[in-house]
Design a protein around this ligand. Structure first.
Ligand code: F6R
Length: 591
């Protein structure tokens, strides 16, 4: 939820830390701070608001050039958005930045208070600083190891000690990587913070302490030196620029066609066994938000073509449910996650592994927790997604699930192998959607002033509607609800008034007439219907967007880009902060 960077090296520390924070800002953006030191003196500067506000403050107020430092961009979970709650936090000789949640921080704080420790803010992170300082008797490594034994919850910590020129990094259940540059060393929440400054990285193991000095890095577990696996990242694509686009969201939508093309060239005709679902009778898909909506689209495809029962679950609920598995041996749990770091999805993964059920991660971030801990992994290869609202990763997730369903269907003899050729049309179908952007903008112009709306659809069109509705509300702040078309009249139809906008998605010919009659029901109560459909049908309708027809197992990846564009243009007309909508963070690493 928060972004962390630490640096120990010969370059301009402040510049490197601020650059890193800018790249990490998608993880949280309500306050930020920086601490630098030369081993003797230390300077801490914090500000409420975006990283730009911190940068200005550092430029105006900073009085020293440090040798090393730490920095943080915050998404508040524990304590309000105030200067005193912004990181870095200090207690005694300890200064640190923290990502994660310490669940027993209240009781730890009470105990420390009884021992005379004073606190200035409300965060669990400040408690960690106080706890490490409490244990610190001159041996930093020992103090950290003693303190983390008392912590319940998740943490990624980068710590400095007064009078010491090293940085100390440790993690549990929150991401933290260590980067090796040219005689310089980094610790960061995410590889994107390191730009092209590093050649190799370490995905830090749980409770291993990385000690970053000016000349090397050493790793310790339980105070004994250990080796960590160093991964070469020469070929990593660090291009996170906006290019010609006004916003990342638009750029990322416009990348979809090419990403699909590359993915298909790798996997369409390959025998990659992870796509084969024939060993399973039951599939539980577990994910959050848009990733869960991708799972919903996948469910309809897998059930239709591979005839395997699929249930789609919100990870935040699934992890606490009483599980009833009818046949553990033939059950697969699929975890879908762009970041690979979503706390609820990770918890579901770990629970599944404990109960001995096979797990498959569909993940976009290499080296992320879900990628590392799942029994099998399919990488979605969408590249870095910077806009907080997911677009290209969603499309790639649906593509993976669709290929799983169709490849399995071929294997069981339900479909012929040549059906795979249909996928080759997908990149140009998405490009065809891009070519309709003026029409989509016109539609955006007609609706951008509304306060609320509904999306309706059945089956796979319902899955599409769910994603379209979420995308619109999160970037434009228009209140939007999605209903399975037939469900609306069981209560919610009472909200339909004169002029209420209802988007109806119709791509599936089997239920076309059913949804059309639901649209008529709401129209007769005053709703202003907008039909989103394909050129397979010729439905006369006043306000409609007609998209190219594709096979059932491809159509969501054609329709959703259009609706992503619609959300984008509506949000732009409303002057919203599209890439960083309020209250959101890209990676939800807390429960
Ligand atoms: C919405 C969005 C979120 C994420 C959700 C899961 O645009 O991005 O709903 O899909 O938070 O995140 P990941 O995929 O990282 O597990």
């Amino acid at each position: 939820m928060c972004g962390i960077i630490g640096y120990n090296g010969k370059r301009n520390v402040k510049k490197i830390l601020i650059e890193g924070l800018k790249a990490l800002e998608y993880r949280g953006y309500d306050s930020a701070g920086i601490a630098i030191s030369d081993g003797k003196n230390k300077e801490i500067i914090k500000s409420v608001g975006r990283v730009k506000a911190l940068e200005d403050k550092v430029n105006n107020e900073s009085k020293m050039d440090g040798l090393f430092g730490i920095a943080h961009t915050r998404w508040a979970t524990n304590g309000g958005v105030t200067l005193s709650n912004a990181h870095p936090h200090t207690n005694g000789k300890v200064t640190l930045v923290h990502n994660g949640i310490i669940e027993n921080s209240d009781s730890l704080k009470e105990n420390l208070k009884k021992k005379g420790v004073k606190f200035y803010g409300d965060t669990d992170s400040e408690v960690v600083a106080a706890l490490i300082n409490y244990y610190y008797k001159g041996d930093a490594l020992k103090a950290i190891c003693d303190a983390v034994k008392d912590l319940e919850g998740s943490y990624a910590l980068v710590i400095m000690f007064d009078g010491d020129t090293k940085l100390y990094a440790i993690r549990k259940d929150s991401p933290l990587i260590i980067g090796y540059g040219d005689n310089e060393f980094f610790a960061a929440s995410d590889i994107s913070a390191l730009g092209n400054k590093v050649k190799s990285i370490v995905y830090l193991d749980t409770n291993v302490v990385a000690v970053l000095s000016q000349k090397d890095i050493k790793y310790y577990k339980d105070l004994k030196e250990v080796k960590e696996k160093i991964v070469d990242i020469k070929n990593y694509n660090f291009d996170t620029s906006k290019g010609e686009y006004k916003h990342y969201m638009l750029k990322e939508i416009m990348e979809e066609a090419q990403l699909v093309r590359c993915f298909l060239s790798k996997y369409l005709y390959s025998d990659f066994s992870e796509f084969d679902l024939t060993p399973y009778k039951y599939i539980d898909i577990v994910a959050c938000g848009s990733a869960m909506h991708a799972g919903l689209a996948g469910k309809y495809i897998i059930e239709k073509y591979a005839s395997i029962k699929v249930s789609v679950n919100m990870a935040s609920e699934y992890r606490y449910e009483d599980k009833i598995y009818l046949d553990k041996e033939h059950t697969l749990i699929i975890l879908i996650s762009q970041s690979g770091e979503t706390a609820d999805t990770i918890a579901a993964l770990r629970e599944a592994k404990e109960s001995g059920i096979k797990t498959l991660g569909i993940v976009n971030r290499e080296g992320s927790t879900i990628a590392r801990e799942s029994d099998m992994v399919i990488m979605t290869d969408a590249g870095i997604e910077t806009a907080v609202a997911t677009t290209k990763a969603y499309i790639m997730q649906v593509l993976v699930l669709s290929l799983m369903g169709i490849k399995t269907s071929i294997k069981i003899g339900k479909l012929e192998k040549n059906v795979l050729d249909e996928y080759k049309k997908l990149p140009s179908l998405i490009e065809n959607v891009y070519s309709k952007k003026e029409e989509i903008k016109d539609l955006a112009n007609k609706v951008y002033k509304i306060d609320n709306c509904f999306f309706i659809g059945r089956l796979i069109d319902y899955a599409i509607s769910m994603e379209a509705s979420l995308k619109l509300k999160e970037v434009s702040y228009i209140h939007s609800e999605c209903y399975a078309s037939g469900e609306l009249k069981h209560g919610t139809i009472s909200l339909i008034e004169n002029g209420t906008v209802v988007f109806a998605i119709i791509t599936d010919k089997n239920i076309k007439d059913k949804t059309l009659s639901n649209l008529k029901e709401v129209e007769s109560r005053g709703a202003r219907g907008i039909l989103i459909t394909t050129d397979e049908f010729d439905i006369p309708y006043d306000l409609k967007l007609t998209l190219p027809y594709a096979e059932y197992f491809i159509e969501p990846m054609v329709v959703v880009p259009a609706l992503q564009l619609l959300s984008y243009y509506v949000a732009d007309l409303r002057g919203c902060d599209i890439d960083k909508p309020k209250n959101l963070a890209k990676s939800v690493t807390v429960e």
